[in-house]
Design a protein around this ligand. Structure first.
Ligand code: SAM
Length: 213
């Protein structure tokens, strides 16, 4: 694991037992999870959204949480066992190389996570790969108002703090479209605000994998 990933893992291991809000939008509330669906949360943290999706998907559905921090995975598994949910699995994996098979999921959500990735185009290709044709995503994240200066973008600590890895909005949308998604819809978008040493905005975006892909 490289320095960047180690720094991210350390930060989130440290936060894995804390009662704190790490999200930046309401992705789950727009996901419209139905009984029987297979759901994935990328960067699932303590697992709360994964568990909610498992309950909504019911016994005939399934909910996966993916996270790179072993502390977060452990907390999420403990939370699942308290609820005695059987249709849940938490997998320790980087977003950029998911272990899930092609075309298996109806819905992918993610909240305040993709900005940590050094290869966001690859993350979006992975999302497209695991979605069934016509499957949907709902992602809350941040974008940078201007390209992040290299001194911050190459600083693992700043990236781990959810701001220096942000890309500008046009680039974010390009990654999504290049991965083979369509019908993009901006569901929420904040006013610009200061985060770390830059200006960002939070947003929630949805779309679908092209049906014939
Ligand atoms: C800001 S927290 C958000 C957690 C959760 N989605 C929420 O809303 O509470 C980001 C999460 O993404 C995970 N993460 C960051 N970079 C990752 C990567 N490259 N691969 C997998 N997980 C990653 C972190 O370990 C952390 O749990």
């Amino acid at each position: 694991m490289g320095t960047f990933s180690q720094t991210v893992v350390k930060r989130y291991n440290d936060l894995s037992k804390e009662d704190c809000c790490l999200s930046c939008g309401k992705a789950l509330s727009f996901a419209n999870v139905q009984a029987g669906e297979t759901c994935v949360d990328l960067g699932s943290g303590q697992g709360h959204d994964v568990l909610r999706m498992a309950i909504l998907a019911g016994d005939s559905g399934f909910s996966y949480g993916i996270d790179i921090s072993e502390g977060m995975i452990e907390t999420a598994r403990n939370n699942a066992s308290k609820l005695q949910l059987k249709n849940v699995s938490f997998i320790r994996s980087p977003l950029e190389s998911l272990t899930l098979e092609n075309n298996i999921t109806d819905v992918v959500i993610s909240n305040c996570t993709i900005n940590h990735s050094l290869d966001q185009a690859k993350v979006w290709r992975e999302i497209a790969r695991i979605l069934k044709p016509g499957g949907r995503f709902v992602v809350s994240d941040i974008y940078a108002l201007e390209q992040v200066p290299d001194e911050f973008a190459s600083d693992p600590k700043a990236v781990s703090e959810c701001w220096a890895g942000a890309v500008v909005k046009d680039m974010y949308i390009k990654h999504i479209l290049d991965a083979g998604m369509e019908h993009l819809e901006m569901l929420e978008e904040s006013l610009p605000y200061e985060k770390g040493k830059i200006r960002v905005a939070s947003f929630t975006i949805s779309g679908q994998k092209i049906s014939n892909k």
